[in-house]
Design a protein around this ligand. Sequence first.
Ligand code: ADP
Length: 524
Amino acid sequence: MASPEPPASLATEFEMKVLFAASEAQPLIKTGGLADVAGSLPKALGRLGCDVRLILPAYPEALAKCDSLDQIASFPLPGYAEPVRLLEAVSREVSVPLYLVDAPRYFDRPGNPYLGPAGFDWPDNPDRFALFCRAIAAIALDKIDLGWRPRLVHGNDWQTGLVAPLLIDAPQRPATLFTIHNLAYQGLFDRWTFARLDLPRSLWSMQGLEFHEHLSFIKAGIAFSDLITTVSPTYAQEIRTPAFGYGLEGLLQSLGDRLVGLLNGVDYDLWDPATDPALVRHFDRFTFDQRKLNKLALQQEFDLPEDEQALLFGHIGRLVEQKGVDLILDVLPGILDRGGTQMLVLGSGDSELVRRLRTAADRYAGRLAIMIGYDERLAHRIEAGCDAFLMPSRFEPCGLNQMYSQRYGAVPIVRRTGGLADTVIEANEENLSRGRATGFLFDQANAHDLWLAVERAINLWKQRPDIWQQLAINGMAQDFSWQARAKQYLDLYRRAMGAPITNPITAAPSGVQGESSDFVTGFR
Ligand code: ADP
């Protein structure tokens, strides 16, 4: 007997073949929020019936986390001496089909996907990620006889920026959607690099990959993709302005409604205090009183006095200027000198910020604990144990930790920017009386404004613990799940498929095309 037809809506989704490309994905390899998204959005799309496949470079860390690896193709790429292998990988922790682009010369390196051991970018990063893009484009056009042709390629950040220009003129090309997770990282290289990468020379144009006489990977993704998204509505507005646009604001403005701001979601399979294996005690908003056991365990773990009454601040993140860690350092004396407060910081990054943190930890021994490094499970314990979470970012495309904090009952104190502005509801009188408030916001990226927000938090903690608890519980009740957002992505995929753009270089009025700076001659 013939098997029953799938429901109509699902059958439609089965037509939705998507190749999701990223340079990192949780739990295989992670440096930041991009990995959280690449690990969880494809899974959410898969649950909606979308045939989505994830593709990553074959870093050793990712290979080691796979249960099986099967070479399914080996193919040459223009500009590269050795053939590239495509591995079909299976990992218990990745629920969608997974491809790894194996080019040992470029990816068989330990540690961070972007940085060498001394903390500087690998000098051949453009070659590494141009290779990744070329492999994605070859797969997207089924040049390697995979027998599977995506209808859309979803690229993420500059490391996948060249995919769209490599596809733009191909007959029957798939649609392209490009997500900007952080415009500050652009993949900007000199024009000699462009020449070395053996890219079609026509792409060296003001309407193309050239950005002030440099090759810009992120501009490539923005200019050549059918649709462009970024990870919050506020950031989508901000990057259209000179203050956040890094010179790309004109291009971003010109996209009109082809640039969409869509908030990231939280993977509640991984981030749920009711089931999280990293916690000493599970809790939810109905058993909030159990939460304190996680706080006491955290204090014990870090040699802080086990004191339920002390207001424990937390911060987790990359120690970089963007995140406002210097502002936290500036307000530390204010926080810790007054007593009844503690602070815990987990992060890695800038050596000067690390030095300042270490000095502060010596000075405030027993009140400030720091952990320099990367520790996923500890991040979960901090979210579940601290009372307030500081995130004074100078800019924040979306930010995940403020959403994790809310889910885990830690009250966020954040700057009103990007996704922070879109996900935290200010604890003012009106929002408090309506039971909506979830945290504290401040406007300017300076220590004074941060301090005023921190002081409000300290006062509320001390004077109205009942309201504090309500704030935390309001946060826990927020729905940041991927489910609704993945549906919005599906809508955007359909929109991109229905409205392919033409090559912006050939589409530009003649005369404008000639304005790019002269190409270097004799570059080979
Ligand atoms: P970004 O992507 O700019 O780094 P996000 O807030 O979007 O910032 O995401 C950061 C992610 O990386 C979160 O999941 C956060 O918990 C995690 N993270 C950052 N630094 C560390 C660290 N040192 N240890 C553990 N997790 C970290």
